[in-house]
Ligand binder design. Structure first.
Ligand code: FMN
Length: 164
């Protein structure tokens, strides 16, 4: 392991993980009639047949135990102009939806207005994965605006795609 640092320092690991650019999703649903949601950059397309995606959720999350009870979860792929919405959806205090425009989807699912793509999903399986849970979601319905600019998260900063 010449020249490699053992992965024992969480801050260093965060720095390494942060080198990997990702999109950001909002995972949201109505819970007891109230919009509940969280920003998640760990969204991964997993399978076409059956249609599956996954998100990883911190074990300590207070929001996930509420969301996971929903009959359908709304996953919104955030657009380039959703930086404020993303920050709001990650807020630890206050009403995350005060300044975030959303619309109802099927069942309990709700979607962020002007998302690049939206997926209505059933919770399919959950697997423990260290300090996170991997939630596998079975897609029930989708809609996409493939021309829309996605929000990009890289090294803890929000970015937009540049045309090469
Ligand atoms: C850009 C971004 C991406 C995030 N991605 C995740 C994620 O994939 N999984 C996760 O558990 N939390 C993620 N978070 C944190 C949650 O959005 C939120 O802050 C956290 O769930 C708050 O804690 P709570 O679940 O106890 O309400 C992310 C936050 C930001 C700003």
């Amino acid at each position: 392991m010449d020249g490699l640092t053992p992965p024992t320092d969480p801050l260093e690991l965060r720095r390494v993980f942060g080198c990997f650019p990702s999109g950001v999703t909002g995972v949201c649903a109505l819970v007891d009639g109230v919009p509940v949601g969280m920003a998640a950059s760990t969204f991964v397309p997993v399978s076409l047949d059956p249609p599956l995606v996954s998100v990883c959720v911190r074990n300590e999350s207070l929001t996930w135990p509420r969301l996971r009870r929903s009959n359908l979860l709304g996953v919104s792929v955030l657009g380039g102009n959703h930086e404020l919405a993303c920050r709001a959806l990650a807020d630890r205090q206050g009403d995350r939806f005060k300044e975030v425009a959303w619309r109802s989807g099927p069942g309990d699912a709700i979607f962020i207005e002007d998302a690049v793509a939206v997926l209505a999903c059933h919770l399919y399986a959950e697997m423990p994965a260290g300090d996170h849970i991997i939630a596998l979601l079975l897609i029930a319905g989708v809609r996409a605006d493939p021309e829309g600019e996605p929000l990009v998260f890289h090294r803890s900063r929000y970015r937009k795609l540049a045309v090469a």
